[in-house]
Write a protein that binds this ligand. Sequence first.
Ligand code: BDR
Ligand code: CA
Length: 313
Amino acid sequence: MQKVIFDTDPGVDDAMALLFLHHHPDVDLLGVTTVFGNARIETTTRNALFLKREWKIDAPVARGAGETFIPHRISHEPPTFIHGDDGLGNIGVPDVFDVPLDPRPAHRFIVETIRENPGEVTIVAVGRMTNLANALKEDPEIVDLVKEIVVMGGAFEVNGNVTPAAEANIHGDPEAADIVFTAEWPVVIVGLDVTLQTVMTRKALADIRDAAGTRAKLLFDLSQFYIKFYEGRVPDGMVVHDSCACAYVVAPELFETRAGTVRVVCGGIADGMTIQKPDGRTFGPSDWDGLPSQRICTGIDAPAVLQLIHDTI
Ligand code: BDR
Ligand code: CA
């Protein structure tokens, strides 16, 4: 059983990833922590509470950062054209007053949960890295106590999706991501290099709806706006970014990885760009020296990952 904290900005593909973690038999979901990104923090937190209620998820929800690690650093508008005004495909998410929030801020929830389960907690981070950077700031010793950090974010050998250089989760808080990737804990980065290959067709989504009843009907409905965004961008269907990171946790054999030091460009026209110096390559002295080796995903068995998502949900 893998103990998992899901750090998320729901978000349509986040919602699918949450349902995946909730139903996977090898996952013990310890908590859901929210962060700004696909919508403002009030909205992503409300959405997490809504999904917790609708899908009968026991894990607590803790509200996290509403702005970048360096305060007021960036104020990008949320991508309402991808996830809708309500962050869940404009299904009209109601206010949620009957589901209590965990009293702790997300970064403290993360620190305390890691300390209560030394060596056992995997954090799947599929939004900005702000909560993780805040957790490291509060308690740097957690680097020795966490099992693994699995991140959906970044673009290494491919273009970004916000700018030619940068992917959304990293572009939204580059300093936080650089702190997370250069910390002495094991990080695996599941970036656009592999997630863009993982396209769920309309038929596959409808098959999940037909096979899984009410919970998947909600997933199907909230995905319609997002799938429309992908019209003309992929042949048919939608990219299931965040579920790829969750799939990595339970089936790493479906991915190829490469080890090396990872840094994030902080500022300028390549703001938020992720770069890996592969282990074994030598360069002149640089800001990559002496930092830990992290793994980035370079390959994915996309059909198998899509099948895993189908079977799990
Ligand atoms: C990432 O950005 C968000 O829009 C998605 O939820 C995903 O985590 C993809 O770049
Ligand atoms: Ca996300």
